[in-house]
Design a protein around this ligand. Structure first.
Ligand SMILES: [Zn+2]
Length: 258
């Protein structure tokens, strides 16, 4: 059997669109060099450059990710015992990722690599949380069947304990952009995932799944999580008892009132 390893890459762009991301899959993590300061905190080991912003921020970043760990377990009603390695770089060039606001998750090796530059704000916390969420999600629910589910769930579960760029960004964004959003059943089709901008695809999927988790809990979501594009619309109707367009209408009405 070929290697199941993959990486998922994301880019968090600006303060006004903190959840924009671009993820890709590949086979196997790339080589990681050895020039690291190592700090272990609970369920995480942080690898940082010596005397870097990241190395000085480990206590705070640990608090954010430790809370994120608990948040995902609660939102999905799962238990996860994994110990996750966070490799935090000084720049896009240092990381090989090219951009100062980018990260990659390696769910199969329980690792994340990400650029960690100041300020220590919601953008940075969202980036690290999103990548960590890929690791815990794949290792508890298995591989999502669609790009919609892979990327949407990683941002839908962002905890807002240390910032307000989770639901307090997603739901107002949905209300503001309601007239321009692709239909959810189209977003769930991997053949059409790239039809719109990454920002629209990522934010719309995250917002819809955040609402769905809050409104209906994790049980029906788990039933459809692994469904592929050609199955998910039918499986959603079966799991939720109503067709996707009805859920979509309810979601947009909720966001309009939020
Ligand atoms: Zn991602």
């Amino acid at each position: 059997m070929p290697s199941r390893r993959q990486f998922i890459q994301s880019v968090v762009a600006t303060a006004t669109a903190p959840l924009t991301a671009a993820c890709q899959s590949a086979f196997g993590p790339s080589a990681i060099d050895t020039a690291w300061e190592v700090q272990e905190r609970g369920r995480f080991t942080f690898y940082t450059r010596r005397a870097s912003f990241a190395s000085q921020s480990v206590d705070r970043l640990f608090a954010v990710l430790d809370d994120q760990y608990d948040t995902v377990e609660a939102m999905l009603d799962v238990r996860y015992g994994g110990h996750v390695q966070m490799f935090l770089y000084n720049s896009g060039a240092d990381s090989g990722l090219g951009d100062d606001h980018s990260g990659v998750a390696y769910p199969d090796t329980l690792a994340v690599r990400a650029v960690c530059v100041p300020p220590l704000d919601g953008n940075l916390m969202v980036l690290l949380s999103h990548e960590f969420n890929h690791v815990i999600t794949l290792n508890t629910l298995g591989r999502a069947g669609t790009a919609f589910m892979t990327e949407g769930i990683a941002s839908a579960m962002i905890s807002e304990r240390f910032h307000s760029q989770g639901r307090h960004f997603l739901f107002p964004w949905t209300a503001t952009h309601a007239g321009q959003l692709p239909a959810i059943d189209q977003l769930m089709d991997d053949a059409h995932w790239h039809d719109r901008s990454e920002q629209v695809a990522y934010n719309a999927s995250a917002s819809f799944l955040a609402w769905l988790l809050d409104a209906r809990g994790p049980a029906p979501l788990k039933q459809v999580f692994n469904a592929h594009s050609n199955q998910i619309v039918d499986q959603m109707r079966s799991a939720y008892g109503v067709p996707v367009p009805q859920l979509e209408t309810d979601w947009k009405a909720f966001c309009a009132r939020f």
